[in-house]
Design a protein around this ligand. Sequence first.
Ligand code: PLP
Length: 393
Amino acid sequence: MRTAAIHAGNPPNPFTRSSAPDLVMSTTFVIEPGISFSADDITENTPWVYTRWGNPTVSQLEHKLAALEGTEDCVAFASGMAAITALFLHVLKPGDHLVMSDVTYAAASELANDELPRLGIEVTRVDTSQVANVEAALRPHTRLVYLETPANPLLRLSDVEAVTQLAHQAGAAVAVDSTFATPVGLRPAASGADYVIHSLTKYICGHGDAIGGAVAGRRSDLAGLRSLAIHMGGVLSPFNAWLIIRGAATLPLRMAAHQAGALAVARYLESHPLITKVVYPGLESHPQHELAKRQLSNFSGMLTFQVADGPRAAQLLSERLEIIHYAVSLGHPRSLIIYLPTEDLLRSSFKLTPEQEASYRAYAGEGIFRLSVGLEDPADLIADLEQALAPLG
Ligand SMILES: *Cc1c(COP(=O)(O)O)cnc(C)c1O
């Protein structure tokens, strides 16, 4: 994985002999007459025409991501949400049915709850950590099962292999948002998933300075998605692709450090008298630790925790933390923390059934802190949390 992260997709430039990946910002390319202007005619061998259709730097990133995920192809997008939107529009048409994890990245939930029904697409949200829930939700017109594992923000896991077997028997494709796991932790395509989604903004870029997204999968499944991307126009900027290529080279090394840091911080938080719950897939106390060990080759750097008075602690942490930034997003070298009040999320993003709501509350109480453990010295992060939380005690 370390070699592929550096070399895949990025051979030396045959003309300039540059060793480091190069950046092509040109929006247009000098062509010969006779090239088709239809996105549908683009193949691997079409020369570069116009950057919305394809760009050498973006293409290098796509090749790298396909190599890391072990898929034939990959299509890059301007953001993770552009990738998810395009995937839904590519796979689903009016009358189709989507089975989706009841708790996912909030914007993906809102997209599915608020926009897809408008297009005549039926959506059933279930807790996909229980395979039986997926089985019960499948219908003859189910076309897609959408998982996120580990899922934001609960860090609940779904068994990709078991869900994929069921979905495929029912004639549905499977998409996995693997942003939290990264290809270092999980390769969903190896478990049969048809589409692997990433917000490249997070660990794969890894530096907090470029937004991007991607869908990896089989070439035949992605051809139509590529045309759709060209028509929708939410394509990745070559400059962002170049930054993400640069970040991806160190992904395996960074993930090892994120995991080590997160485990150290999670163990510290578990021992803290004021902290009532810590959720991290790498902890023995994670309710699905057995699945985590079987499924994940890296537990990633995301953890959540609870304290008795969440809003007060959020205020304290935002004012007093000196190293950890109180901010959204994740997967950066800098540690980031944010408080996610349960009421807010249930109202705006998730719209759960009463049973699902009870299960969410059992996990998250009044609210949880989501901590993206960065690449700092874990002892410094622990000291920072200790001093910031001190007035609570
Ligand atoms: C951030 C994120 C997204 C959305 O990605 P953007 O690049 O912000 O559009 C989707 N899924 C997960 C799990 C994320 O963390």
